[in-house]
Design a protein around this ligand. Structure first.
Ligand code: AOF
Ligand code: ZN
Length: 368
């Protein structure tokens, strides 16, 4: 006899379902739902795209009449507001669901506990908090965005074992192997925007599109270019993409350069007086465009700016099995550096993975 499945098992299933739409639901969360009656799954669903039905609605539809008296599992508190679609709470009540198990409350201020309250008021038993940590991790970008209106910032870098991102002559292709590079394209596919500095554009002329065997979604390309030095022949301007290119400049950028970039099809955002782009202003402007996640593929100076200003939510740090050496070979974080160890940026929840022969550390900076 196999053991009956537990609440935890069904919640894990909602995470799996939710993750099927990774990178496709922005600015909305990843949500999966399962309807279980007498130990049998009678309906499943997930949210496919903003504007399409919520996961709960999909699962209830799949369950039909079997939802009466059943338990609904979902990774996020059901909504009780009318946005692009109607309130899930009312559909759950109407379907005759007896019990709701939700891993975490909805951080969206429009919901934030009110969904649970509505269900309880209708006599439905509500359980929450089980696997909450995992549920929050699944929707880490949504949680940051919906509570701050700024994107979740992921800083990605790749270095040799001795901490270099290029040789003394500036060669950097390729530090990591194909498996690691594939994962980076998966990250691009799941993030709403990608950012590099003008230095990277001038040196490497990247296209910053997503290239996966199965295609993938292109992120909005954001270039930090305080003085509008971008050549009009740069691939980020000329290479076809389904996503726009945003160039962040300052008031110090010459007017005719800005006009030429706009003429070339880019959107130019003026972020502060200069000399450097005001990153806080830029993140707020991206948030206003419903960009919920930003992948910083920086280069040493850009990485230092984001880190030293405390603007990074997560790091993805590849370590490749090679040694480069050289005092003049640059490392992932340049800038002026931090003078005292006591003030160093500390990380929590370090997680080690492997892609081919490269190691990858994912972690979260601790900002006090
Ligand atoms: C989703 N999918 O499965 C659930 C969501 O604009 P709307 O009507 O699509 O509502 C979006 C909000 O609904 C979202 O911010 C979140 O608070 C709540 N729940 N959203 O996109 C879902 N369950
Ligand atoms: Zn809903």
């Amino acid at each position: 006899m196999t053991e009956p499945l537990t609440d935890e098992d069904y919640l894990r299933r909602t995470f799996e379902l939710a993750a099927r739409a990774r990178g496709r639901t922005s600015p909305n969360p990843l949500v999966g739902a399962v309807v279980v009656r007498d130990g049998q799954v009678v309906g499943e669903g997930f949210h496919r795209q903003a504007g399409l039905p919520h996961a709960e609605i999909e699962a209830l539809k799949a369950a039909g009449e079997a939802a009466r008296g059943a338990t609904l599992y979902v990774n996020l508190e059901p909504c009780c507001h009318t946005g692009r679609t109607g309130p899930c709470t009312e559909a759950i009540i109407a379907a005759g669901i007896k019990r709701v198990v939700a891993a975490m409350p909805d951080p969206n201020p429009l919901v934030a506990g009110k969904g649970f309250a509505r269900l309880r008021e209708a006599g439905i038993e509500v359980a929450t908090g089980l696997l909450e940590k995992e549920a929050r991790a699944l929707n880490e970008a949504f949680v940051k965005y919906i509570t701050t209106r700024r994107p979740f910032v992921i800083l990605k870098t790749a270095m040799s074992l001795d901490g270099k991102i290029a040789t003394v002559t500036g060669e950097s292709k390729w530090i990591t192997g194909p498996e690691a590079r594939r994962y980076v394209h998966e990250l691009r596919d799941s993030c709403d925007a990608i950012l590099v500095g003008i230095g990277t554009v001038l040196k490497d002329d990247p296209s910053l599109t997503t290239r996966l065997p199965e295609g993938g979604r292109d992120p909005v390309r954001v270039i930090l270019d305080s003085r509008a030095r971008m050549p009009l022949t740069a691939r980020v301007l000329t290479q076809e993409s389904t996503a726009p290119t945003l160039i962040a400049v300052t008031e110090m950028a010459p007017g005719e350069r800005v006009a030429a970039l706009r003429e070339a099809g880019a959107e130019v955002l003026v972020c502060g007086p200069g000399p450097a782009v005001d990153l806080g202003l830029l993140l707020s402007a991206l948030g206003e465009r419903e960009i919920t996640s930003l992948l910083v593929e920086g280069g040493s100076t850009v990485n230092a700016s984001f880190l030293l200003q405390g603007l990074v939510d997560k790091i993805v740090w590849f370590i490749a099995p090679l040694i480069i050496g050289g005092h003049g070979a640059i490392s992932p974080v340049g800038g002026t550096g931090i003078r005292h160890l006591a003030r160093a940026i500390r990380l929590k929840e370090m997680n080690l993975r492997q892609f081919g022969s490269d190691l990858c550390i994912e972690a979260y900076p601790l900002w006090e």
